[in-house]
Design a protein around this ligand. Structure first.
Ligand SMILES: [Zn+2]
Length: 61
């Protein structure tokens, strides 16, 4: 499976924010195994997804 450099970077960046006390829960994807889960509708996506294709949720307005 080809992994996206951007996806991996997002993971590191999310961890960086979490380590520095910035909660990512409000705007971040939930994680389910190797998938992202939309916090709004619960739709599952690949880790390379940037927006929810089910409900259109976008963590970066
Ligand atoms: Zn959604």
């Amino acid at each position: 499976m080809a992994s996206s450099p951007n996806g991996a970077g997002d993971d590191v960046f999310d961890q960086f924010l979490a380590d520095n006390g910035h909660s990512t829960e409000r705007t971040g994807w939930k994680r389910d195994y190797n998938k992202k889960q939309c916090p709004d509708c619960g739709g599952l996506h690949d880790t390379s997804a940037t927006t929810c294709t089910v409900c259109g949720w976008d963590p970066r307005p």
